[in-house]
Design a protein around this ligand. Structure first.
Ligand SMILES: [Zn+2]
Length: 444
């Protein structure tokens, strides 16, 4: 039996490892990338070969989104996400949305916390070709202390809600980590920071002790499973790194101590600035509050300096877009994190592409296996009409995505059919503000 091979001919190859582009061709099949550069034509006999002319185009690894919430379905609020979703439909719609992500040139993503613990089932369905989607690495419920996470009082005192599970004691921490691993998660996720009413500091505060974080890590690592943390203040990033976390999301508001801990432990980080940047830059299009826009702009600017220092100190930076919310809908903004790495951290487009491909493969637990155009790697590839090194923003223009391959297989480009509204799924708004007598009578 002959194997189907594909040859992308005569393109500009961006390898995803940060090397300067080279002109050449890429030969691959379902097993992986077979040759890169000058292809030995004599090796092409006796195979079914599909030739694709990539003259004037760029060949690069598929983007990997290290922070994507595939089951949230673009909620407008936590209220909608926690109280207006149903498990069966959420799973089906997640499959629909996975196609949009893939058709945006994202060939892999990490979803560290899914509503209704759907991640394992969705990943298995993708791997079994039941639905078409990017490679997926998944967590289960994010673990929260009784203080809660970022959703405050919307979270219960015990049990599960939305994407989270509350663990109230050391015994519950150990039991929950083991339960999630038993059912097949790739990652354990912890909300290391959250919010409380009347807190002394602005932003988020650390809601786990260092000892509790160590307990999570020790229990998970003993079973060979890595741990990822949501950390949006200085101490949480420091303590998560010290506790042995394998990946940190956000790592915003760092200080020197946090940075030292990251460098010492070599902990990779996923800054995830796209959500904030979308609100800050385009918030007026969706009626976001102007004060919120200023807060998010400040978070980006204040954090950018330390995140850049982290990069200079050798900390791996991964691109993750936090897609899945109304401000970051599926298939629209995944590339934007690469653009922000260029604009906010001053990375070159070549470096940003590395962060969004070979480095981001760490989130898939496939570092050195995908995310690079190199012999022996998985054939997760894009052919781009144009040069993203000249303008990184073209990665967001789906008309320029000439070809997408996952595991050597061409991705269907037929977009999912447009959806109609589903009763009770979205939270409707009566009005943006209260209707007073004065307003109705022209006195406001
Ligand atoms: Zn997130």
């Amino acid at each position: 039996m002959t194997t189907q091979r594909t040859l992308l001919e005569n393109g500009s190859i961006i390898d995803g490892l940060g090397n300067p582009p080279v002109k050449g061709s890429v030969l691959f099949d379902a097993s992986g990338i077979l040759q890169v550069g000058m292809i030995d034509e004599t090796t092409l006999a006796d195979t079914t070969l599909q030739r694709i002319d990539a003259t004037g185009k760029s060949i690069m690894p598929g983007m990997i989104d290290a922070h994507c919430h595939i089951t949230f379905d673009e909620p407008h609020s936590n209220d909608e996400l926690f109280f207006h979703r149903r498990p069966g439909l959420a799973a089906i719609i997640a499959g629909y949305n996975a196609r949009k992500v893939l058709q945006a040139g994202v060939t892999g993503f990490l979803d560290a916390d899914c509503i209704f613990d759907l991640g394992v089932d969705l990943r298995d369905a993708i791997e079994a070709n039941v639905i078409e989607g990017p490679r997926m690495s998944t967590g289960g419920y994010v673990m929260l202390t009784g203080v809660g996470g970022t959703a405050g009082r919307l979270l219960p005192d015990t049990g599960t809600r939305g994407y989270g599970v509350v663990v109230g004691s050391r015994d519950e921490i150990v039991a929950e980590v083991r339960r999630q691993i038993k059912y097949g998660v790739d990652w354990i996720k912890v909300h290391v920071t959250g919010i409380i009413p009347r807190q002394a500091e602005a932003g988020e505060i650390q809601v786990w002790s260092l000892e509790e974080l160590r307990l999570v890590v020790d229990t998970a690592h003993q079973l060979g499973i890595p741990v990822v943390g949501h950390c949006r203040n200085a101490t949480s990033t420091r303590d998560a790194a010290r506790a042995g976390f394998d990946l940190i999301l956000h790592a915003t508001y760092m200080n020197d101590e946090s940075l030292d801990a990251l460098v010492k432990h070599g902990t990779p980080i996923v800054p995830s600035l796209t959500f904030q940047a979308n609100l800050a830059d385009h918030g007026e299009l969706v009626n976001a509050a102007p004060e919120l826009r200023a807060i998010f702009r400040r978070e980006i600017e204040e954090s950018a300096v330390m995140l850049r220092r982290a990069w200079d100190a050798g900390v791996p930076l991964l691109c993750g877009s936090e897609s899945g919310f109304a401000l970051t809908p599926y298939g629209e903004w995944h590339y934007r994190e690469l653009q922000l790495f260029v604009e906010e951290f001053g990375l070159s487009p070549l470096e940003a592409i590395r962060c969004g491909t070979s480095e981001a493969a760490r989130a898939l637990k496939m570092y050195g296996k995908t995310g690079a155009v190199k012999t022996g790697m998985q054939a997760d590839l894009l052919v781009i009409d144009g040069d993203p090194l000249a303008d990184i923003r073209i990665l967001g223009d789906k008309r320029r995505l000439a070809h997408i391959f996952v595991g050597g297989r061409a991705v269907s480009r037929e977009p999912p059919r447009p959806r109609a509204a589903i009763g009770g799924w979205r939270v409707g708004q009566f009005a943006e503000r209260a209707l007073t007598w004065d307003m109705a009578h022209g006195h406001d």
